[in-house]
Design a protein around this ligand. Structure first.
Ligand code: MRU
Length: 353
């Protein structure tokens, strides 16, 4: 199958959801066709689709697929049968708040829409498609706002990113990689340094793949090389994505982000988080309350059929960590770049709309 340069990891296609299978990149580019809410839930769990905004978009379609399969014309029975669909999708991954945001939005629309069950189903599809389209626009806005905070020198910048917050992790364009794309378009980018991002290697596999597709120069480093690269003067700015941002600006993102932020602080390098408003959880005061997903230890001790560690060792595999707001220069949203302490006064009123 030919590989497009601009990727859209989640799309509604005729009568089903089409996901890019991110577990097979970069070696194979292929799609998975999804027609059932349960299959969609499993695609999120197995990380066929991953990245906070992409998970949210996929879950919205999951709610619609579940709704479509409900066989009743009675409105209250329909709404009651939609609850277990939503509950199943909510159980897939705990950290990315976009999942819960999208499901809540779909349920709210279902409850607030008057008319027949058939009409309700149509409105749910239109809502999921709107969430999908909005996310692409939002990422482009984040990219444009990101350009305004780029350091003025050197003329061409070296940006470090961690994990994949690219087109693959969103509906398209990306958040952190959206900033990279916009900087590249403006002629302000020399290259991207992509942390490989153990244990699942989203940086090496996905961020590097996206950059190569578009001819953006990319250097992959292992996670333990980031501080060394900063010390050697190779990094001008760090930009990462987010899975959930607390009201005070503390930010959960892929495991290893916190150490990158500490190293950036030690070297006086600006550290930006790029994320949409839907990633900010104003119900949570600070990062200590963000649920951190723990994944199967085999992600650490096994690559394919090969064991990397001796039998008898024990493992701890948190998928995310929390970077304190004090280490974050600003959060680049679709509403502009905002200092962590300004999030609540400036953005909470917009989140309530
Ligand atoms: O476990 P993943 O691959 O879903 O984690 C992804 C990340 O941590 C991303 O940085 C985050 O979701 C932001 S994506 C725009």
């Amino acid at each position: 199958m030919s590989q497009p340069t601009h990727v859209y990891p989640v799309l509604w296609y005729d009568d089903h959801v089409r996901l890019i299978d991110q577990t097979r990149l970069p070696n194979e580019f292929d799609y998975v066709e999804i027609r059932l809410a349960e299959d969609l839930a499993m695609a999120i769990e197995t990380m066929i689709v991953r990245g906070a905004p992409a998970i949210g978009v996929a879950a919205a379609y999951g709610v619609y697929l579940g709704a479509k399969a409900i066989q009743t014309s009675d409105r209250s029975q329909f709404l009651a049968q939609l609850e277990p669909v939503a509950a199943r999708l909510r159980k897939t991954r705990p950290t990315a708040v976009n999942l819960f945001w999208a499901i809540d939005r779909m349920l709210k629309v279902a409850h607030q829409t008057l008319g027949s069950v058939d009409y309700l189903k149509q409105v749910l599809l239109v809502t999921a498609q709107a969430i999908n389209a909005d996310d692409i626009r939002t990422c482009e806005q984040i990219g444009d706002h990101g350009v305004t905070v780029l350091p003025s020198s050197p003329a061409k910048l070296r940006l470090l990113t961690h994990c994949n917050a690219g087109a693959l992790a969103t509906a398209g364009y990306g958040t952190a990689l959206g900033v990279v794309r916009s900087a590249w378009r403006e002629g302000r980018l020399e290259r991207v340094y992509a942390d490989e991002t153990r244990p699942r290697l989203q940086g090496a596999k996905l961020t590097a793949w996206e950059c190569v597709q578009e001819g953006i120069p990319v250097t992959v480093i292992t996670d333990n090389m980031a501080a060394h690269c900063m010390q050697r003067g190779l990094i001008d700015m760090v930009v990462v994505g987010a899975d959930r941002i607390a009201a005070n600006g503390d930010t959960a993102n892929k495991i290893g982000t916190y150490s990158v932020a500490l190293a950036a602080k030690a070297h006086g390098i600006p550290f930006y988080v790029a994320a949409p408003l839907s990633t900010i959880d104003f119900a949570i005061a600070d990062g200590s309350q963000i649920p951190i997903e723990e994944r199967d230890p085999s992600e650490i001790y096994q690559v394919g059929e090969t064991l990397l560690c001796p039998k008898g060792a024990e493992f701890y595999n948190p998928a995310f960590d929390v970077t304190p707001a004090s280490l974050i220069t600003a959060i680049i949203t679709e509403h502009g770049a905002i200092a962590p302490q300004e999030l609540q006064p400036r953005l909470q009123p917009l989140a309530l709309v």
